[in-house]
Design a protein around this ligand. Structure first.
Ligand code: PLP
Length: 408
């Protein structure tokens, strides 16, 4: 018998539990004919959210001319539209060469970490986080160091904790704003303070803004790149998956800003460009959606303003959660998630993955445990707010029923 084939040690500290082992149980239940309510993945399409028709038309019309590879950084028309979006968002000095289109933000996160990190280099990443940032850092032989976000302060980053965790090895800091999983939208003053800390220590700033158009209660989003000084390199990530509801197209982009910051980072940027060339280019048909998406009718607004479906869904989840004894949820101001706390005095959960599995088995509802987002304690879960409000209301009632059996 041949010796077993093992995965590489590069994967020793890599973990992505949003699609983790509980999902296998859910698949088994589905194979047995059970219907599962999947509140585990922020994928709008299965919940009846369709991409704007004009985007679909544009992609279909351009399909015949999208057969070849394109420039490694992306189609000119797409990058031009992203450049104009930078102007709208007040991110200064972004030219066409400062924009890289990728197969979703996911590919670009991995690419950026591969280009930046040497063994043991540290990246400050929020806790809770969108765990790809941690996984990509560890995969790239770096070390993810988590700074806490403060639930009592609307989940804003704890600046003292950020300062405490900076070492001689810290190379970058990640902001996720609007945040997955907490739904926080950071006030510009907080972002400015983070930028000041980053500048003081010469850190690259990565700003994941993929939910920048999914905002509730009149909150405004200000891009990190619009607040930074010229001598700071800010790498902004965004894409079509959420605001334009076409996650399956796999289309995202990365923007480099900061005039002097870019000059100082020439070598890193060369590395990025080389990695972009190595994978030839991003999916070309999907890039045709970018110009129409960014420049067209912003139908996302119909979903988040009063009377809009996404807002109604956020409201139901928020209200129902806070009515459950021992459960509290900060009101999400953006994105597609709620991240409630289950008071450990009331719910003595030692293993939150097991709790999520129990919920699946008992109520056929699939959530993701808080520790999957690198939250240190087993006292949170993430709930996706994409299904219709009545379905979510029913799911929250079933969650409450389940929790009543889990109490001390
Ligand atoms: N960044 C955040 C914060 C996300 O929540 C997600 C997906 O859920 C991504 C990036 C990945 O986006 P994409 O579909 O563009 O790869």
């Amino acid at each position: 018998m041949n010796s077993p084939i093992r995965k590489s040690h590069k994967l020793d500290n890599v973990c992505y539990d949003i699609r983790g082992p509980v999902l296998d149980h859910a698949k088994r239940l589905e194979d047995e004919g059970h219907r599962i309510l999947k509140l585990n993945i922020g994928n709008p399409a299965p919940f009846g959210f369709e991409a704007p028709e004009e985007i679909l038309q544009d992609v279909m019309r351009n399909l015949p001319t999208a057969q070849g590879y394109c420039d490694s950084k992306g189609l000119y028309s797409a990058r031009k539209a992203i450049m104009q979006e930078c102007q709208r968002k007040g991110i200064p000095g972004v030219g066409i060469e400062d924009i890289y289109v990728g197969n979703g933000v996911s590919e670009l996160i991995v690419m950026a970490m591969q280009a930046l990190l040497d063994d043991g280099d540290e990246v400050l990443i929020p806790a809770p986080d969108y765990p790809l940032w941690t996984a990509a850092t560890n995969l790239s032989s770096g070390r993810a160091v988590h700074y806490l976000c403060n639930e009592d302060d609307d989940w804003a980053p704890d600046l003292a904790d950020v300062r405490d965790k900076i070492t001689a090895r810290t190379k970058a800091i990640v902001l996720i704003n609007p945040n997955n999983p907490t739904g926080a939208v950071y006030p510009p003053a907080v972002v400015k303070e983070l930028l000041a800390i980053a500048r003081q220590h010469g850190l690259v700033v990565f700003s994941d803004e993929i939910y920048d158009k999914i905002l509730y209660d009149g909150v405004e989003h200000v891009s990190t790149g619009a607040l930074a000084e010229d001598d700071q390199l800010v790498v902004t990530m965004n894409g079509l998956s959420k605001s334009y509801r076409c996650a399956g197209f796999r289309s995202g982009w990365m923007i480099l800003s900061g005039g002097q910051g870019k000059q100082n980072a020439e070598d890193f940027i060369q590395g990025l460009t080389m990695l972009a060339s190595m994978r030839l280019c991003a999916n070309v048909p999907a890039q045709h959606a970018i110009q129409t998406g960014l420049g067209g009718y912003q139908s996302i607004n119909d979903l988040i303003l009063p009377g809009g479906r996404l807002l109604a869904q956020r409201n139901v989840v928020y209200e129902k959660l806070n009515a459950i004894p021992g459960v509290s949820c900060v009101k999400p101001k953006g994105a597609l998630y709620a991240f409630p706390r289950l008071d450990p005095e009331v719910y003595p959960i030692r293993d939150d993955a097991q709790m999520v599995l129990d919920l699946l088995l008992q109520e056929r509802i699939l959530l993701v445990q808080g520790t999957a987002f690198n939250w240190p304690d087993p006292d949170h879960v993430r709930i996706v707010t994409l299904p219709w409000a009545d379905q979510l209301g029913d799911a929250m009632d079933r969650f409450a029923r389940f929790l009543s059996r889990y109490r001390q």
